[in-house]
Design a protein around this ligand. Structure first.
Ligand code: AMP
Ligand code: ZN
Length: 479
């Protein structure tokens, strides 16, 4: 498989360090609210990588963290203003305050909903979901190693900072060179004065007495972890000093991943005989999702959740199909119309697959299989793969049984439940709809096209979609 590697700035071949097993670390949700459909796009990326790798005979080991402490409102440069919170507030604590709940109670509630959303989109579970709040000892060990190796220091406020200048190639991932980073960049004046250099960042933050939740005793006093510390500590713990692929949304490239890379490399360099100092072999980022032309943001009310789709009667997998219709590296503007169309397409495919399933099974032509695999393996070109499904549907001399096998096989990568309707007894067509069909057949014979369209709309209102085929009208339920 080939993927676009952010650091190499090109599409490269992914060769697992441990032969036959691909290790993937995916940055997970900050569980202070429901994940929106933009977040879900980023969470689909590791699922697709796993499915394609598995189709090539690799086993996959996916770990996705749960951030339930330490993600400040200013950490991505999006949150503070966007969410209407003070820049230095922990997102979990701020929301817990607003909802009048305990911080961990809030976090566990949204974590459970995150898993429901993954399931609704057929995103297969990871092998592990380590929680930041339960990984504090790992972080303390990591910080100690960084202190011992001279990559970190205790600042004048008792926080522990990473010394950005101690890493020769800081900036290799994002292209942000140290000399270009200006003081004041996303840091409060208070923090700035505690550290030696403006681009240093806190591995561990000193807590004042007012913080009563999500706070831990350490050799450096009472405090809580920096967001980037979490992902280094958890990924190194899960995978040792080598991870094949690390994913996240494009906004995480800097500072989250740049800083995580610096920490992980600094902590592991020389720890494995002959090992590479580059812990993460490939950083892979997904582009952002827009909705109706605007970025997803709580404050402007432009947030769509998976459950909003369900409330509108849409299959949540229509979202998955809409995502697959665009390359993960393209910005993509989602609209309700796009979702409606995807929903219709899904239903149509499922019906056809159910029809083909009645025919005797036939082998998938090897060239068709290869033609589908190729784009999947070439930087997840899912739009092209979907196009092949449409083409296969239309190949006249391809047996129905082979079409069925092809769609069922392709769905192992696509994850659209295309075989869902197979074996389902067709719903009897109600008399009211049958009468409309007869009337419509007559209208078409009389070439009364406007009347024919009216009757089509009347059927749609009753929940039936009509298609005109060479054999006449065919109706299928839409609900
Ligand atoms: P968070 O829960 O804020 O920590 O974000 C979880 C993931 O969603 C991260 O990988 C972000 O990069 C990603 N993300 C945030 N907003 C969007 C968006 N509009 N489109 C795609 N991914 C996003
Ligand atoms: Zn992360």
């Amino acid at each position: 498989m080939r993927l676009y590697d952010t650091k190499a700035r090109s599409v490269v071949e992914i060769v697992p360090v441990r032969p036959g097993q691909l290790s993937i670390y995916a940055c997970g949700p900050t569980v202070y609210r429901d994940a929106h459909v933009g977040n879900m796009r980023s969470f689909l990326l590791p699922d697709l990588i796993c499915r394609v790798a598995q189709s090539q005979g690799l086993t996959t080991h996916l770990v996705q963290n749960i951030t339930d402490v330490g993600h400040m409102a200013d950490d991505t440069g999006l949150g503070g203003v966007d969410e209407g919170q003070a820049d230095t507030e922990d997102r979990i604590l701020a929301q817990a305050g607003l909802e009048g709940r305990g911080a961990l109670e809030l976090a566990r509630g949204y974590e459970a909903r995150f898993h429901e959303d993954l399931a609704a989109l057929n995103i297969r579970p990871a092998q592990a979901y380590p929680r930041a709040s339960e990984s504090i000892p790992l972080m303390i060990d990591l910080i100690q190693v960084l202190l011992d190796r001279g990559h970190a220091y205790v600042g004048s406020d008792g926080s522990v900072f990473f010394d950005a200048t101690s890493v020769a190639d800081y900036g290799a991932l994002s292209g942000n060179r140290l000399e270009d980073l200006r003081p004041g960049h996303r840091f409060t004046a208070e923090m700035d004065s505690a550290k030696r250099f403006h681009a240093d960042w806190a591995l561990w933050k000193h807590a004042g007495d007012s913080r009563t939740q999500l706070v831990w005793e350490t050799p450096w006093g009472r405090g809580y972890p920096g967001w980037h510390t979490e992902c280094s500590a958890m990924s190194l713990d899960q995978f040792g000093s080598s991870i094949d692929v690390h994913t996240g949304g494009i906004d995480l490239r800097f500072p989250h991943h740049e800083d995580e890379r610096a920490q992980s490399n600094a902590a592991s360099a020389g720890s494995v005989a002959g090992g590479s100092a580059e812990v993460v072999q490939h950083w892979v980022h997904g582009e952002h999702l827009l909705f109706a032309g605007r970025k997803m943001s709580k404050s402007t009310g432009n947030v769509v959740l998976v459950r909003d789709l369900v409330d509108r009667g849409l299959d949540p997998l229509s979202l998955r199909l809409a995502f697959l219709q665009h390359r993960y590296r393209q910005q993509f503007n989602l609209t309700w119309e796009v979702l409606q169309t995807a929903d219709g397409q899904l239903r149509r495919w499922r019906e056809r697959v159910a029809e083909w399933a009645e025919a005797p099974s036939a082998p998938i032509p090897a060239d068709l299989q290869a033609a589908f695999e190729l784009p999947c393996q070439e930087d997840l070109d899912t739009p092209r793969a979907l196009q092949l499904l449409r083409e296969a549907e239309r190949i006249e001399d391809l047996a129905d049984g082979a079409k069925f096998e092809f769609f069922a096989w392709a769905d192992q990568i696509l994850g659209l439940d295309l075989v869902r309707d197979v074996g389902k007894a067709p719903q009897p067509v109600p008399e009211s709809v049958q009468r409309l069909m007869e009337e419509r057949a007559q209208a078409r014979l009389d070439k009364l096209w406007a009347r024919s369209d009216e009757l089509r709309d009347a059927m749609a209102e009753l929940g039936w979609q009509v298609r005109d085929t060479p054999e006449g009208q065919q109706v299928t339920p839409t609900r």
